[in-house]
Structure formats: C-alpha cells, structure tokens
Design a binder for this molecule. Structure first.
Ligand SMILES: CC(=O)N[C@H]1[C@@H](OP(=O)(O)O)O[C@H](CO)[C@@H](O)[C@@H]1O
Ligand SMILES: [Mg+2]
Length: 561
C-alpha cells in the first residue's frame, strides 16, 4: 500500500469511530448487534470485502441483514467468490479490525494483513463488491457506511443491488464470478424456468394451475414476501397467498417467521383457525430459511411443524428416486453409469427420528457443528450433497463433475428416446440443480422445489409429515456470565469445558427413554442454547429444564465457578 492509500484509510476511518466497551465477533453468520453499534464495523467490513476482492480477483458480496433477529438489530456478512460464506481463514482478521480502537491501529492491522496475504495493490486490478440489504430501517445508513469502507480502497467499486433476500445476493455473486447472467430478473427467470420444467415432467400430467390446493406463506414481515409476489406473477396461476409481507404494518420477526414457528411450534400472527388443514410455510426475515406447517385444530395454537429435517428428507426421497430410475437400464444400455456419491449433512439439532429415517433410506449421514458454513463445506464433498439445519436453512449441492456427466447422459438419452423414464429422470435432476440455489440455502428456491416434489408425488402436507414421526423436543436459552466458557467437541454433541458439566448432563439424559440433550454457546446471541429430546413432550421439557438448571449452576450469575 502506498502513502496515498494509507492516508485514505486513516482519514475515512476517523469518521467511523468504534463503539466503546463493545467487543464484536464474526460469529456463526457474520457480525450482528444492535444496529446503532454497527456503523464502524460495517465500514471496516467494507474494507475487508475490497481486500478480499483484490486477493481473489473476483466479485465479492456484502449483505446487510440480521436475519431472524429483532428489527432493531442488524448485521453484515461477506459472500465469497463461490457465493458461499467468507472463508474461515479471514474471520480472525474480520474480528481484529472490527475491534481496533483507533484509526492508526486499524491501518496497522490492514497493512500487516495485506503483506501477509500478498494482496496486490498494483493499480492493475480493481475490486468489485455487490451490496444488498434486507428491509430493516437501519439498512440504508449501514449500506452507506459499507460503501465508504469500500471507497477507502483505491480502485474499489461498490455496486448497490438494493433490497434483496440474502440468498439472492449470494446467487448473484456466484453467477457473476461464473460469467453467467446475474441480475435479479435472471434469478427469477432461472427459478421459474426450472420449476416449470419439473411441473411439466409430473407423471400424470397434472399441472399446478389445475390444482385448487393453495399454499399460504408467512413472510416474517421481511423481504421474502415481496420477492415471492414477483415469482408468483411470473408463474402465472401458482396458488400462493402471502401474509405478513411487511406491508400491513406488522413488525419484522415479531411473532412471525421461520425461527419463531420452528422454535415455539405455535401459529404465527395472521394465521389461525381459518387455516386448519391448509399447507402453510414460513420464511425468516432475510428469506434464507424455510419451514412448513399445518394447523391441526381450531381449538389450539399449536402447529404440526414440518421442519428443515423433513424438507431434507423430502428432497432425499425425490433425488434417490431419480437416481435409481437413471441407473436402471432401458431397452438398450446407453452410456456408462456413474455411481453418484450422495450424502446428507445435519447438525446435532436434527431430530433423532429424521436421522434414523435417512439412514434407513440407505443414505450416508454426516454431522457438523451449527452454522451453514460447516454444513455447506461437507455437502460440497459429494456429487449430490443435501444439507439442512433443523431450522430450515439448507440446499442441495451438485458437483461439477456429476453435472457434466448428467448433461452428456441427458444428451445421449435425448438422441435415443425422449419418452424414456431415464431421460425424464436426467432432466428432472438437471432442473433441480438449476432451481435450488447452489450458493447458499434459499427459502424461495427451496419452496418451489418442495411444491414441485409434493405435486410429483401427489402428496399433501400430511402425507409428507408422515414420512416419520418427530421425537418430541424442546429448546431453551440460558443467560450466563460468559458463554465462551463452554467448549464443545464431536460436532457440539459433548461439552469438554467446564469440567464436570457433561457428566451431570449425561446423568440427566439417562433418566429418560430415548433421551438426548446437548448444550452449546450461541454464535448469534449472548446465550447458551439447550436442546433436549425424549419419547414424550413432557419428558423432553423436563430434560431440557433440568439441563438448563445445570447450565445455570455451572455458569450462571450465582455460580461460584
Ligand atoms: C439453534 C439454531 O437454530 N441456531 C441458528 C443460529 O445460530 P446460533 O449459533 O445457535 O445462534 O443462527 C445461525 C445463523 O442463522 C444458524 O445457522 C443456526 O442454526
Ligand atoms: Mg436468515
């Protein structure tokens, strides 16, 4: 970096002093905090994004969102060239610059990092960053701070893409870097086109326009509702009703949305007895999570939840079916068969019944710590890797190698017999790979795939829900003095610190048939999360509350440890 560049960083960063007494960390999904604390962090992440773009010679994304958190919070996360999450190698640098107390210290950290990473400041290459934000009121001024961060690097270009869902921004970054069409309209066209293709391939010729079976969507009063409306227009006739679109004055994520529905298991605002039996879905505030539910009775607000694990299971059943059709030989053997490596990825929050079901299907199930960056990385090791968090964040990744085999197999089959079942199965898999977001979990593309598969199977939400019976579960949060005191291992299924707590948890678990429980520090909130499941709801509740008491004893404000 030359002197001009250095003084540019010093001058601009002096306009964004960090808040006093707050330590921020990149966490499970970027920086998140009360929006009033974030100006300087967002400015600094703007610098980081420009450096990342210079380093990788690629377009980088910056998304301003706090997802399912309350409306007064906000956050920022970086999309890497692949469209995935920022490489974990850069997270310590993100933490360090976010917490640098003075412009001088900030400059020193940047200077050292630029040298260590060999980031080219040759004036030849320029950086390019796509910016997106959700509907939070604080988004506009934070976006401005991000732009100023980007503009404090010479030759860096910030492009404001406006209000987007998080997965749209990730999709655009990936598409740009692959030299593909990458506008928001291109996104809708790709989704709508591949959805139509799947519908056209439905065996009995039933088309969605003819089905009087509507889907009601809870948009969490966030960005997803308005974007679904665009898709609905393009898919002329898709029987969808959107509620909690944010236009009716409801508050973002308050008593609505995928996080609320999945954790509380009660109807979101705007839903009730009129919806008994109807297929309903909830998105979260930035539309990267999706869960389905139905209202079983007008006498209670309890829902039948169809969570991320069941979405994963539905996708797995469908893909497995297509792969098996594809591998059966028709009248004549065509081409070489390819043993696609097919795996599914879950976290400890996956319902135990879902894992049993997936294993019974003969699938390889891998567990990772919480946070999509971990799941995504594992899924990318397969030809077809499906990952989902129980909360509804997930997608299906296809390897380049498998897709190119599939394309050529499809072409070969096209030249022989377009009506063959193998030909249709190949086309379906190709359509899924275009419909489902390859960059990150995406409620909109996931929703269209669920809808297409349900129609393909001829299933109602109830048939789908009956794939297996969830074990009753409960999640609690406990405030503690210092959540970093909890250190876990084995994909967060056991605690290694503080000593003694895991033995105490094990002793509680042993009291309950089919009992399972674990604790971990949240990466997005200042709490310890407790998860428990057991054979009855009462038992799951009781196990969760005993474990929460242990957390309080070992780590709470009254603890002496
Ligand atoms: C139990 C739970 O739902 N945890 C969520 C939540 O992370 P925590 O680290 O648990 O706060 O937010 C993450 C980001 O959205 C998501 O990846 C994760 O699954
Ligand atoms: Mg989200």
């Amino acid at each position: 970096m030359d002197e001009h560049q250095k003084s540019l960083i010093l001058n601009s960063s002096s306009r964004f002093p960090p808040p006093h007494g707050v330590r921020l960390s990149y966490g499970t999904a970027g920086f998140r905090a009360d929006a009033s604390l974030l100006q300087s962090t967002v400015f600094r992440v703007g610098i980081l994004a420009a450096l990342r773009s210079l380093k990788t010679h690629s377009v980088i994304g910056l998304m301003i969102t706090a997802s399912h958190n309350k409306a007064s919070d906000n956050g920022i996360k970086v999309a890497d060239p692949s469209g995935g999450m920022l490489t974990p190698d850069w997270e310590p640098f993100a933490d360090a610059i976010a917490n640098a107390a003075t412009p001088q210290h900030l400059l020193q950290l940047i200077d050292e990092f630029v040298k260590k990473e060999n980031i080219p400041f040759d004036g030849v290459r320029s950086a390019e960053i796509l910016l997106g934000r959700d509907t939070r009121p604080s988004g506009e001024s934070l976006l401005e701070a991000a732009k100023q961060g980007i503009n404090s690097i010479v030759d860096a270009l910030a492009i404001d893409m406006g209000i987007l869902t998080t997965p749209q921004l990730h999709w655009m970054v990936r598409a740009r870097n692959k030299g593909m069409k990458a506008t928001e309209v291109d996104y809708y066209e790709q989704l709508a086109g591949s959805f139509r293709c799947l519908i056209d391939l439905i065996p009995n010729g039933q088309k969605f326009q003819e089905i009087d079976d509507k889907l009601v969507i809870d948009g969490a009063n966030g960005v997803g509702g308005e974007k679904i409306e665009v898709l609905k227009k393009m898919l002329n006739g898709l029987p969808i009703e959107v509620r909690n679109s944010g236009k009716g004055g409801g508050i973002l994520n308050e008593g609505v949305g995928a996080d609320y529905v999945q954790k509380e298991k009660v109807v979101p605002q705007g839903f009730g007895s009129k919806d008994v039996g109807t297929r309903c879905a909830s998105l979260d505030g930035d539309a990267d999570r999706l869960v389905y539910f139905s209202v079983p009775s007008s006498n209670s607000n309890v829902i039948d939840l169809v969570d991320g694990d069941k979405i994963l299971s539905l996708f797995a059943v469908f893909i497995k079916e297509q792969l098996s059709v594809l591998s059966t030989e028709g009248d004549e053997k065509i081409g070489d068969n390819y043993q696609a490596r097919f795996g599914v990825i879950q976290t400890a929050y996956a319902n135990g019944a879902s894992t049993d079901y997936l294993k019974q299907l003969g699938l390889e199930v891998v567990f990772t710590p919480t946070g999509v960056k971990y799941l995504h990385e594992q899924a990318a090791r397969y030809d077809i890797g499906i990952y989902f968090e129980a909360n509804g964040h997930g997608t299906i990744l296809f390897s380049e190698c498998f897709l190119s085999w599939l394309e050529s197999r499809y072409n070969e089959l096209s030249s022989k017999n377009k009506e063959s079942e193998q030909h249709k199965a190949a086309l379906r898999l190709l359509a899924v790979s275009k419909l489902i977001n390859q960059a990150v979990g995406d409620a909109l593309s996931g929703l269209l795939l669920v809808e297409a598969i349900l129609q393909h199977m001829g299933w109602s939400i109830h048939n789908w829900a009956e794939l297996y019976q969830d074990l009753p579960s409960r999640q609690l949060k406990v405030k503690v003095v210092d959540r970093t005191a909890v250190v876990t291992a084995n994909a967060e299924t056991m605690v290694v610190r503080p000593p003694g707590i895991q033995d105490a948890i094990n002793a509680e678990i042993a009291k309950y048939p089919q009992g399972r429980s674990f604790i971990r520090p949240s990466g997005t909130e200042d709490v310890i999360r407790v998860y428990a499941e057991a054979s009855t709801q009462e038992a799951a509740d009781s196990l969760a509350s005993s474990v929460a008491k242990l957390v309080d004893q070992f780590l709470g404000f009254g603890s002496s440890r």
